[in-house]
Design a protein around this ligand. Sequence first.
Ligand SMILES: *[C@@H]1O[C@H](CO)[C@@H](O)[C@H](O)[C@H]1NC(C)=O
Ligand SMILES: *[C@@H]1O[C@H](CO)[C@@H](O)[C@H](O)[C@H]1NC(C)=O
Ligand SMILES: *[C@@H]1O[C@H](CO)[C@@H](O)[C@H](O)[C@H]1NC(C)=O
Ligand SMILES: *[C@@H]1O[C@H](CO)[C@@H](O)[C@H](O)[C@H]1NC(C)=O
Ligand SMILES: *[C@@H]1O[C@H](CO)[C@@H](O)[C@H](O)[C@H]1NC(C)=O
Length: 739
Amino acid sequence: MGKPRHRQQLVLTLLFGLWFPCCLTQTTPPSRTNLGPTPSSSPQTERLKVRLAGYPRKHNEGRIELFYKGEWGTICDDDFSTANANVLCRQMGFVSATGWTHSAKYGKGQGKIWLDNVLCNGGEKSIEFCKSRGWGNSDCTHDEDAGVVCKDERIPGFVDSNVIDTQVDESKVEEVRLRPVVVTAKKKLPITEGVVEVKHKDGWAQICDLGWTIKNTRVVCGMLGFPHERKVNKNFYKLYLERQKNFFLIHSVGCTGTEVHLAACPMEFSKPNATWPCTGGMPAVVNCMPGPLFTFGKVSFRTISCNVRLKGGARMGEGRVEVLKDSEWGTVCDDRWNLQSASVVCRELGFGSAKEALTGARMGQGMGPIHMNEVKCLGNEKSVWSCPFKNITAEDCKHVEDAAVRCNTPYMGLENSIRIVGGRSSYEGRVEVQVGSKWGTVCSTGWTTKEAMVVCRQLGLGYSMHAITETWYWDSSNVTEMVMSGVKCTGNEMALSQCQHHKTVNCQRAAAKFAAGVICSETASDLVLNASLVQQTVYIEDRPLHMLYCAAEENCLSKSAAKANWPYGHRRLLRFSSEIHNIGRADFKPKAGRHSWVWHACHGHYHSMDIFTHYDLLNANGTKVAEGHKASFCLEDTDCQEGVSKRYECANFGDQGITVGCWDLYRHDIDCQWIDITDVKPGNYILQVVINPNNEVAESDFTNNAMKCNCKYDGHRIWLHNCHIGKKHKTQNYQLSKF
Ligand SMILES: *[C@@H]1O[C@H](CO)[C@@H](O)[C@H](O)[C@H]1NC(C)=O
Ligand SMILES: *[C@@H]1O[C@H](CO)[C@@H](O)[C@H](O)[C@H]1NC(C)=O
Ligand SMILES: *[C@@H]1O[C@H](CO)[C@@H](O)[C@H](O)[C@H]1NC(C)=O
Ligand SMILES: *[C@@H]1O[C@H](CO)[C@@H](O)[C@H](O)[C@H]1NC(C)=O
Ligand SMILES: *[C@@H]1O[C@H](CO)[C@@H](O)[C@H](O)[C@H]1NC(C)=O
């Protein structure tokens, strides 16, 4: 605290050198459809079963558990080796191990510790053939449970009958799609009804619908991004489908309805290339009910549940889970966080089941309370609030453990009508849209962060780092004609076509030079003000004019100060501290280049005209009665949370910004950190602080950039109460005293 510092203001230029493209490519495991013999019909075989358990595990890593003599138990980590891990991974159908873990890295198991001092050569077919102290003979506790990390590649043709993976085994069913039966003239997306088809090695196949239940339908709909299922009129399809040539790969599907993937349901497979007769049946047909965001042929980015929301995700249907309790948003601790609980959240928000249940604040850390811990949904609850959970105390959990989800969302084909070209990476370029059958560029007049945000979202590329209005420095050899102008978005749209634009193209700028462009990024910063600190630090100071020469020169006083009898008299200042936290997933960096900072002799620092925060005093109907004129800023890490080191400082012309997990404190006693209320009459007001008010720098969430307090002023003293993060107040035109 108490740093003496000079703040410099920032100018917009592009940080080309600093922008860093993220890698989007996800490695798809070479999963193979298992067309081998149908799994053994008796589930209670005598063979040893192996599974991965614990948290945070994946389909290919976790705590090792063995099912022996009717009981699940663990393996002690004493003498554990890569050879042991190799045997276990292969036993579960993976080609090999990439590592192993000790000391209950995936949490402590329960029940027996089945094996200890296991010594495999590496070539054994099963862990039971390795040397050990013998079954159930161990001097360990569950604090020493061993885990493995297997190579994410399956042994070709491996039959999973001895593996029980409670998560998803995609080797059986890779993908599911709906083939619409009634092909209408214009294909409308999303497809909500049709024949279920599953992908296998040689193509797509159907499922025989004998014994098909609505619970199976629920699982299929969830995978396709739909929260609910509907009954289908089978007779409508029967005649048509019976005449088709069908290949039934799967029959006897028996989902319970809470699975997140069809592969997690018991089912039987037909023999290789054999055509299962499905006598008396037909291909399974389902009808799914899309969430409110995807109905009426429109998509909206807004969420719909009033007590659950997702924050910090780059794409629709992903983010940190936040829940509302006592009108305060809080996060969920990741202990026991799993796909079933994540799916309840996803469906509640109008998406399908969960694709991933993420732990360890993978979508950034929240701020404020943590409302839930050890959420244990069954999967059929209507709301995550209906699931069993534990109340939390501050010691239980920290924001580094915030839970997040990735939900299945319906395929909308949004990315097919837009592309970016000419940039240096797949994350940047000149925007081209398809209007009718023609591809062309977009006029950059009025092109702002809001429009660029929509483009990046539509392309599935995350957030907009920069809205580019001059694209001549990118490869301009094949610049297309301009086909869109006057684009105005609210920022919530899923596609540029949903934004307003001119009916006929009207652009005063040349397409080759001034086509609109974007730079997108998977991650963005997210600034939030500490509201309680404002409330705690507020006070009034009557500051003598002779101490305010610099402030006047910097425009930090209201206009009536010019009429004062300098240097006699004083100004009445409303002072408070602002502490601005970066809770996003990328550092907050000014757009300004150092070359554009202006030296300001009076305060002795660099200065430009850009705005980082607005401080305003509003009356009950939103009219400004006073505003802060703080124009001079310098961004730095005043302090950071545990384990994060400071990277930005203003002194010595240092690099400016706010690191993820750090905050920048503007103490109440810094010059210009105030609102001049000399002309304000006693009464009740709203104090509003808005950070990054013009959305100049990319953030993952602009809805938490405003802070409001109720303010009571009796002419001598001031009280603030109910300081909270909320929507920016709609302000009326300025009513400030003019001269
Ligand atoms: C199954 O059919 C595919 C092509 O239809 C063929 O390549 C493959 O060899 C067949 N497999 C068997 C086991 O007959
Ligand atoms: C959690 O605390 C609330 C009061 O804040 C109480 O009503 C509720 O029963 C508690 N729930 C659990 C699971 O302890
Ligand atoms: C521009 O278009 C021409 C002809 O369509 C093509 O041959 C060329 O590769 C394109 N250049 C670039 C940079 O895309
Ligand atoms: C906000 O400020 C208060 C008062 O100084 C402090 O106790 C609290 O820890 C701060 N909140 C955060 C999230 O840093
Ligand atoms: C609301 O604003 C108007 C001007 O826009 C002003 O005349 C009126 O007095 C204001 N009302 C209150 C309660 O402040």
